[in-house]
Design a protein around this ligand. Structure first.
Ligand code: 5RP
Length: 231
């Protein structure tokens, strides 16, 4: 199977999971990226079961609305039974690197409200140690260089993310992203706390303190369901 076919497989598996476990009339938290898009497309078939969704990005909002799924502002919602999203890497504890698509801040906010975080990923995303995929850090632009120095001090190589036209990539929140190469992250929770405390950091793309509860992993032999201990 191709990577795209595996993404479709887990997108459908996540829709099946939500249909089986989430009560009718609920609002669903929805992530961002090509795997999350497969979930949105699969969920569209049963959209009338749900009141709507809370979105983690402008792109996801557009895709949900194309399917006629109502998008709520998170401020209108008291609880989310589930949040479904992809990942750039996931380890054996359910800790993830996210933000390859640039939506890390809203993803972390929506995930923090959800009762259950379901990660959907093809098997290439499963790793022993996080960090082969560059770690995104969303930063306030004036703090970019100062944060870059702190990154270098812990052994990372910060690279400012650029858009196709060569200008800095700007997130949905009007901020920039440093992609950090060269880290082997043995303590994801600890590193998340350290980077979160640096002035000017909006969000670090380590999702470890609130990691996944469940991963639907697309493999050659089908979808593997992996559950993780509570965080
Ligand atoms: C976006 C994300 C995505 O979940 C992550 O980049 C995985 O994307 P894809 O499903 O396209 O491989 O964190 O900010």
């Amino acid at each position: 199977m191709t990577q795209d076919e595996l993404k479709q497989l887990v997108g459908q598996a996540a829709a099946d999971y939500v249909n089986a476990n989430v009560p009718e009339g609920a609002v669903i938290g929805v992530g961002t990226g090509s795997t999350a898009n497969c979930f949105i497309d699969a969920l569209a078939a049963t959209k009338h079961r749900y009141r709507g969704a809370v979105s983690s990005s402008v792109a996801t909002t557009a895709r949900l609305q194309q399917h006629g799924i109502k998008v709520f502002d998170l401020n209108e919602i008291e609880s989310l039974p589930v949040y479904v999203d992809g990942a750039d890497e996931i380890d054996h504890r359910g800790a993830m690197i996210k933000g390859g698509g640039g939506a890390l801040t809203r993803e972390k906010i929506v995930a923090s409200v959800a009762d259950v975080f379901v990660c959907i990923a093809d098997a290439s995303k499963r790793v022993d140690v996080l960090g082969q995929f560059p770690l995104p850090i969303e930063v306030v632009p004036m703090a970019r260089t100062a944060i870059g120095r702190r990154v270098a001090a812990i052994g990372g190589v910060p690279v400012l993310r650029v858009a196709k036209d060569g200008t800095p990539f700007i997130t949905d929140n009007g901020k920039e992203i440093l992609d950090v190469k060269g880290l082997a992250i043995s303590d994801p929770c600890g590193l998340e706390a350290v980077i979160n405390a640096w002035p000017g950091v909006v969000t670090v793309g380590l999702f470890a303190q609130r990691g996944a509860d469940l991963c639907l992993l697309g493999t050659e032999t089908g979808v593997q369901t992996i559950t993780y201990a509570k965080h």
